[in-house]
Design a protein around this ligand. Sequence first.
Ligand SMILES: Cc1ncc(C[n+]2csc(CCOP(=O)(O)OP(=O)(O)O)c2C)c(N)n1
Ligand code: SF4
Length: 290
Amino acid sequence: MYRPIPAGGIDPAKIAIEIEQVRQSDRFASRSSSLPTWCPGCGYFGITHALTSCIHKLGRDPDEVAFISGIGCAGRFPYFMRTYGFHTVHGRALPVATGLSIANPELTIFVVGGDGDGVGIGGGHLPHVSRRNVNIVYVLFDNSIYGLTKGQSSPTSPTGFVSKTTPYGNTDAPIDPLVMVLSHGATFAARGFAGDIEGLEKTLIEAVEHEGFSFIHVLTPCVTFDKVNSTWDHLWEKTKGLPEGHDETDRAGAIKLAIDSPYTLGVFHRVQRPSMNRSLEQTKIKASGK
Ligand SMILES: Cc1ncc(C[n+]2csc(CCOP(=O)(O)OP(=O)(O)O)c2C)c(N)n1
Ligand code: SF4
Protein backbone atom coordinates (compact mmCIF):
# COMPACT_ATOMS: atom_id res chain seq x y z
CA MET A 1 0.00 0.00 0.00
CA TYR A 2 1.10 3.56 -0.70
CA ARG A 3 1.80 5.65 2.41
CA PRO A 4 1.79 9.46 2.07
CA ILE A 5 5.04 9.81 4.07
CA PRO A 6 7.67 7.08 3.59
CA ALA A 7 9.21 5.51 6.72
CA GLY A 8 12.63 7.16 6.16
CA GLY A 9 11.12 10.65 5.70
CA ILE A 10 10.91 12.72 2.49
CA ASP A 11 13.94 13.24 0.24
CA PRO A 12 13.37 16.59 -1.58
CA ALA A 13 15.86 15.74 -4.36
CA LYS A 14 14.07 12.46 -5.10
CA ILE A 15 10.68 14.21 -5.07
CA ALA A 16 11.98 16.87 -7.52
CA ILE A 17 13.12 14.13 -9.93
CA GLU A 18 9.75 12.37 -9.64
CA ILE A 19 7.84 15.62 -10.28
CA GLU A 20 9.94 16.25 -13.41
CA GLN A 21 9.29 12.68 -14.62
CA VAL A 22 5.54 13.23 -14.16
CA ARG A 23 5.75 16.57 -16.06
CA GLN A 24 7.51 14.89 -18.99
CA SER A 25 5.01 12.02 -19.18
CA ASP A 26 1.39 12.18 -20.37
CA ARG A 27 0.33 10.41 -17.18
CA PHE A 28 -1.97 13.27 -16.18
CA ALA A 29 -3.22 14.11 -19.68
CA SER A 30 -6.79 13.62 -18.47
CA ARG A 31 -6.42 16.35 -15.79
CA SER A 32 -7.58 19.91 -16.50
CA SER A 33 -5.63 23.04 -15.59
CA SER A 34 -8.07 23.70 -12.70
CA LEU A 35 -6.48 22.54 -9.47
CA PRO A 36 -8.79 20.77 -6.99
CA THR A 37 -10.37 23.06 -4.43
CA TRP A 38 -10.40 20.35 -1.75
CA CYS A 39 -8.86 20.80 1.72
CA PRO A 40 -5.19 19.80 2.05
CA GLY A 41 -5.03 16.14 3.15
CA CYS A 42 -8.49 15.22 1.82
CA GLY A 43 -8.71 11.60 0.67
CA TYR A 44 -10.15 12.75 -2.66
CA PHE A 45 -6.63 13.55 -3.91
CA GLY A 46 -5.72 9.87 -3.62
CA ILE A 47 -8.88 8.81 -5.49
CA THR A 48 -8.12 11.39 -8.22
CA HIS A 49 -4.61 10.00 -8.56
CA ALA A 50 -5.93 6.45 -8.94
CA LEU A 51 -8.56 7.54 -11.50
CA THR A 52 -6.10 9.50 -13.67
CA SER A 53 -3.61 6.60 -13.54
CA CYS A 54 -6.38 4.18 -14.51
CA ILE A 55 -7.28 6.28 -17.59
CA HIS A 56 -3.62 6.58 -18.52
CA LYS A 57 -2.94 2.84 -18.15
CA LEU A 58 -6.01 1.95 -20.20
CA GLY A 59 -4.75 4.30 -22.92
CA ARG A 60 -8.03 6.23 -23.08
CA ASP A 61 -7.90 9.70 -24.64
CA PRO A 62 -9.72 12.39 -22.62
CA ASP A 63 -12.43 12.62 -25.32
CA GLU A 64 -13.24 8.93 -24.84
CA VAL A 65 -14.12 9.42 -21.17
CA ALA A 66 -16.92 11.22 -19.26
CA PHE A 67 -17.28 11.96 -15.55
CA ILE A 68 -20.82 12.53 -14.29
CA SER A 69 -21.36 13.84 -10.77
CA GLY A 70 -24.03 15.16 -8.42
CA ILE A 71 -23.41 17.77 -5.72
CA GLY A 72 -20.84 17.82 -2.89
CA CYS A 73 -17.08 18.20 -2.52
CA ALA A 74 -16.78 14.98 -4.56
CA GLY A 75 -19.30 16.37 -7.05
CA ARG A 76 -16.77 19.01 -8.14
CA PHE A 77 -14.60 16.28 -9.64
CA PRO A 78 -15.47 16.86 -13.37
CA TYR A 79 -14.00 20.41 -13.21
CA PHE A 80 -10.59 18.97 -12.46
CA MET A 81 -10.59 16.71 -15.53
CA ARG A 82 -10.05 17.47 -19.22
CA THR A 83 -12.49 14.69 -20.20
CA TYR A 84 -16.18 15.23 -20.90
CA GLY A 85 -18.04 15.99 -17.70
CA PHE A 86 -21.42 16.96 -16.29
CA HIS A 87 -21.89 18.39 -12.78
CA THR A 88 -25.61 17.56 -12.48
CA VAL A 89 -28.00 18.15 -9.57
CA HIS A 90 -27.89 16.54 -6.13
CA GLY A 91 -28.42 12.76 -6.30
CA ARG A 92 -29.18 12.62 -10.00
CA ALA A 93 -25.88 11.60 -11.56
CA LEU A 94 -27.02 8.00 -12.16
CA PRO A 95 -30.05 8.75 -14.37
CA VAL A 96 -28.00 11.25 -16.38
CA ALA A 97 -25.21 8.69 -16.80
CA THR A 98 -27.75 6.02 -17.80
CA GLY A 99 -29.03 8.28 -20.60
CA LEU A 100 -25.50 9.08 -21.72
CA SER A 101 -24.55 5.40 -21.75
CA ILE A 102 -27.49 4.61 -24.05
CA ALA A 103 -26.83 7.63 -26.30
CA ASN A 104 -23.08 7.04 -26.62
CA PRO A 105 -22.10 3.47 -25.69
CA GLU A 106 -18.54 4.09 -26.94
CA LEU A 107 -17.74 6.42 -24.02
CA THR A 108 -16.12 5.16 -20.82
CA ILE A 109 -18.49 6.63 -18.26
CA PHE A 110 -17.61 7.19 -14.60
CA VAL A 111 -20.13 8.40 -12.04
CA VAL A 112 -18.44 10.05 -9.07
CA GLY A 113 -19.92 11.42 -5.85
CA GLY A 114 -20.16 11.35 -2.10
CA ASP A 115 -22.16 9.09 0.23
CA GLY A 116 -24.81 11.77 0.82
CA ASP A 117 -25.27 12.27 -2.91
CA GLY A 118 -25.21 8.57 -3.79
CA VAL A 119 -26.99 6.74 -0.98
CA GLY A 120 -28.88 9.66 0.64
CA ILE A 121 -30.77 11.88 -1.78
CA GLY A 122 -29.74 9.74 -4.78
CA GLY A 123 -30.17 6.37 -3.07
CA GLY A 124 -33.37 5.56 -4.97
CA HIS A 125 -31.43 5.21 -8.22
CA LEU A 126 -28.81 2.76 -6.98
CA PRO A 127 -31.05 -0.37 -6.89
CA HIS A 128 -32.29 0.25 -10.43
CA VAL A 129 -28.88 0.85 -11.99
CA SER A 130 -27.73 -2.34 -10.23
CA ARG A 131 -30.59 -4.52 -11.45
CA ARG A 132 -30.50 -3.04 -14.98
CA ASN A 133 -26.75 -3.61 -15.21
CA VAL A 134 -26.11 -0.27 -16.95
CA ASN A 135 -22.64 -0.14 -18.48
CA ILE A 136 -21.09 2.53 -16.22
CA VAL A 137 -18.50 2.65 -13.42
CA TYR A 138 -19.72 4.20 -10.18
CA VAL A 139 -16.99 5.39 -7.80
CA LEU A 140 -18.59 6.25 -4.45
CA PHE A 141 -16.35 8.58 -2.39
CA ASP A 142 -17.54 7.50 1.10
CA ASN A 143 -16.28 9.70 3.94
CA SER A 144 -19.42 8.99 6.03
CA ILE A 145 -20.19 12.71 6.34
CA TYR A 146 -21.56 15.63 4.31
CA GLY A 147 -18.36 17.54 3.54
CA LEU A 148 -19.49 20.43 1.34
CA THR A 149 -22.22 21.54 3.76
CA LYS A 150 -19.72 21.42 6.64
CA GLY A 151 -20.07 18.19 8.54
CA GLN A 152 -23.57 16.75 8.98
CA SER A 153 -24.23 13.01 9.54
CA SER A 154 -24.80 11.02 6.35
CA PRO A 155 -26.54 7.70 5.63
CA THR A 156 -23.21 5.90 6.12
CA SER A 157 -22.31 7.57 9.45
CA PRO A 158 -22.10 4.98 12.23
CA THR A 159 -24.63 4.88 15.05
CA GLY A 160 -23.45 7.14 17.88
CA PHE A 161 -21.50 9.44 15.49
CA VAL A 162 -21.41 13.00 16.86
CA SER A 163 -21.81 15.68 14.19
CA LYS A 164 -23.46 19.06 13.69
CA THR A 165 -26.85 17.42 13.03
CA THR A 166 -26.38 14.71 15.70
CA PRO A 167 -24.74 16.50 18.66
CA TYR A 168 -25.98 13.79 21.08
CA GLY A 169 -24.91 10.94 18.81
CA ASN A 170 -26.46 9.53 15.61
CA THR A 171 -29.43 7.31 16.48
CA ASP A 172 -29.78 5.85 12.96
CA ALA A 173 -28.22 2.61 11.70
CA PRO A 174 -25.90 3.12 8.71
CA ILE A 175 -26.51 1.87 5.18
CA ASP A 176 -23.82 -0.38 3.73
CA PRO A 177 -23.52 0.66 0.06
CA LEU A 178 -21.91 -2.64 -0.96
CA VAL A 179 -24.71 -4.70 0.61
CA MET A 180 -27.19 -2.41 -1.12
CA VAL A 181 -25.85 -2.90 -4.67
CA LEU A 182 -25.21 -6.62 -4.15
CA SER A 183 -28.80 -7.12 -2.92
CA HIS A 184 -30.08 -5.60 -6.14
CA GLY A 185 -27.95 -7.63 -8.53
CA ALA A 186 -24.83 -5.56 -9.26
CA THR A 187 -22.48 -7.67 -11.41
CA PHE A 188 -19.26 -6.02 -10.19
CA ALA A 189 -18.94 -4.81 -6.59
CA ALA A 190 -15.66 -3.82 -4.92
CA ARG A 191 -14.20 -1.76 -2.10
CA GLY A 192 -11.13 0.48 -2.24
CA PHE A 193 -9.33 2.94 0.03
CA ALA A 194 -8.09 6.43 -0.88
CA GLY A 195 -4.71 5.64 0.73
CA ASP A 196 -4.18 2.42 -1.25
CA ILE A 197 -3.71 4.13 -4.60
CA GLU A 198 -2.17 1.13 -6.37
CA GLY A 199 -4.91 -1.23 -5.18
CA LEU A 200 -7.63 1.26 -6.12
CA GLU A 201 -6.12 1.84 -9.57
CA LYS A 202 -6.08 -1.93 -10.23
CA THR A 203 -9.71 -2.26 -9.11
CA LEU A 204 -10.73 0.71 -11.30
CA ILE A 205 -9.10 -0.85 -14.36
CA GLU A 206 -10.96 -4.12 -13.73
CA ALA A 207 -14.19 -2.16 -13.23
CA VAL A 208 -13.81 -0.38 -16.59
CA GLU A 209 -13.06 -3.71 -18.29
CA HIS A 210 -16.20 -5.29 -16.82
CA GLU A 211 -19.28 -5.10 -19.05
CA GLY A 212 -22.26 -3.84 -17.06
CA PHE A 213 -22.61 -1.91 -13.80
CA SER A 214 -19.38 -1.71 -11.80
CA PHE A 215 -19.60 -0.29 -8.30
CA ILE A 216 -16.58 0.70 -6.20
CA HIS A 217 -17.13 1.75 -2.60
CA VAL A 218 -14.11 3.90 -1.69
CA LEU A 219 -13.32 4.56 1.98
CA THR A 220 -11.83 8.05 2.36
CA PRO A 221 -11.40 10.59 5.18
CA CYS A 222 -12.91 14.07 5.47
CA VAL A 223 -9.95 15.56 7.34
CA THR A 224 -11.73 18.83 8.08
CA PHE A 225 -15.03 17.72 9.59
CA ASP A 226 -14.37 14.23 10.95
CA LYS A 227 -11.58 13.92 13.52
CA VAL A 228 -12.80 10.66 15.11
CA ASN A 229 -14.43 8.15 12.75
CA SER A 230 -13.08 7.67 9.20
CA THR A 231 -9.70 9.29 9.87
CA TRP A 232 -6.52 8.39 7.94
CA ASP A 233 -5.18 6.61 11.06
CA HIS A 234 -8.32 4.51 11.53
CA LEU A 235 -8.56 3.60 7.87
CA TRP A 236 -4.88 2.63 7.66
CA GLU A 237 -5.27 0.52 10.77
CA LYS A 238 -8.51 -1.25 9.85
CA THR A 239 -8.33 -1.86 6.07
CA LYS A 240 -7.19 -5.32 4.94
CA GLY A 241 -7.26 -7.60 1.89
CA LEU A 242 -9.83 -10.22 0.88
CA PRO A 243 -9.73 -13.56 2.69
CA GLU A 244 -7.76 -16.35 0.99
CA GLY A 245 -9.88 -18.31 -1.50
CA HIS A 246 -12.65 -15.70 -1.76
CA ASP A 247 -15.15 -16.76 -4.45
CA GLU A 248 -16.12 -13.72 -6.57
CA THR A 249 -19.04 -15.55 -8.15
CA ASP A 250 -20.79 -16.30 -4.82
CA ARG A 251 -23.23 -13.41 -4.35
CA ALA A 252 -24.55 -14.54 -0.95
CA GLY A 253 -20.95 -15.01 0.22
CA ALA A 254 -20.09 -11.51 -0.99
CA ILE A 255 -23.06 -10.02 0.92
CA LYS A 256 -22.04 -11.88 4.09
CA LEU A 257 -18.44 -10.68 3.72
CA ALA A 258 -19.63 -7.08 3.21
CA ILE A 259 -21.76 -7.29 6.39
CA ASP A 260 -19.05 -8.96 8.49
CA SER A 261 -16.06 -7.08 7.14
CA PRO A 262 -16.66 -3.36 6.51
CA TYR A 263 -12.96 -2.59 6.00
CA THR A 264 -12.05 -5.40 3.61
CA LEU A 265 -10.73 -4.17 0.24
CA GLY A 266 -10.90 -5.86 -3.16
CA VAL A 267 -13.40 -7.25 -5.65
CA PHE A 268 -16.22 -8.84 -3.63
CA HIS A 269 -18.36 -9.98 -6.55
CA ARG A 270 -17.96 -10.29 -10.33
CA VAL A 271 -20.28 -12.19 -12.67
CA GLN A 272 -21.36 -11.84 -16.30
CA ARG A 273 -24.95 -10.92 -17.20
CA PRO A 274 -26.09 -8.99 -20.31
CA SER A 275 -25.79 -5.25 -19.72
CA MET A 276 -28.82 -3.00 -20.24
CA ASN A 277 -27.03 -1.54 -23.27
CA ARG A 278 -26.70 -4.98 -24.91
CA SER A 279 -30.29 -5.95 -24.04
CA LEU A 280 -31.59 -2.71 -25.61
CA GLU A 281 -29.70 -3.54 -28.81
CA GLN A 282 -31.57 -6.87 -28.91
CA THR A 283 -34.86 -5.08 -28.27
CA LYS A 284 -34.13 -2.71 -31.17
CA ILE A 285 -33.59 -5.68 -33.49
CA LYS A 286 -36.83 -7.33 -32.30
CA ALA A 287 -38.79 -4.08 -32.69
CA SER A 288 -37.47 -3.56 -36.22
CA GLY A 289 -39.00 -6.93 -37.16
CA LYS A 290 -35.72 -8.32 -38.59
C1 LIG B 1 -31.65 19.29 -3.47
C2 LIG B 1 -30.48 19.66 -2.58
N1 LIG B 1 -30.57 19.38 -1.27
C3 LIG B 1 -29.52 19.70 -0.45
C4 LIG B 1 -28.41 20.32 -0.97
C5 LIG B 1 -27.26 20.69 -0.02
N2 LIG B 1 -26.14 19.80 -0.16
C6 LIG B 1 -25.11 20.08 -0.99
S1 LIG B 1 -23.90 18.93 -0.96
C7 LIG B 1 -24.74 18.04 0.23
C8 LIG B 1 -24.17 16.77 0.81
C9 LIG B 1 -22.80 16.46 0.37
O1 LIG B 1 -22.32 15.30 1.00
P1 LIG B 1 -21.74 14.09 0.21
O2 LIG B 1 -22.61 13.70 -0.91
O3 LIG B 1 -21.43 13.00 1.17
O4 LIG B 1 -20.42 14.66 -0.50
P2 LIG B 1 -19.09 15.32 0.10
O5 LIG B 1 -19.36 16.79 0.17
O6 LIG B 1 -18.80 14.70 1.43
O7 LIG B 1 -18.09 14.99 -0.95
C10 LIG B 1 -25.94 18.64 0.56
C11 LIG B 1 -26.87 18.11 1.58
C12 LIG B 1 -28.39 20.60 -2.35
N3 LIG B 1 -27.33 21.17 -2.93
N4 LIG B 1 -29.43 20.27 -3.12
S1 SF4 C 1 -14.64 19.29 3.52
FE1 SF4 C 1 -13.92 17.19 3.81
S2 SF4 C 1 -14.58 16.08 1.94
FE2 SF4 C 1 -14.68 18.31 1.50
S3 SF4 C 1 -12.69 18.79 0.57
FE3 SF4 C 1 -12.52 19.20 2.77
S4 SF4 C 1 -11.68 17.31 3.66
FE4 SF4 C 1 -12.46 16.80 1.61
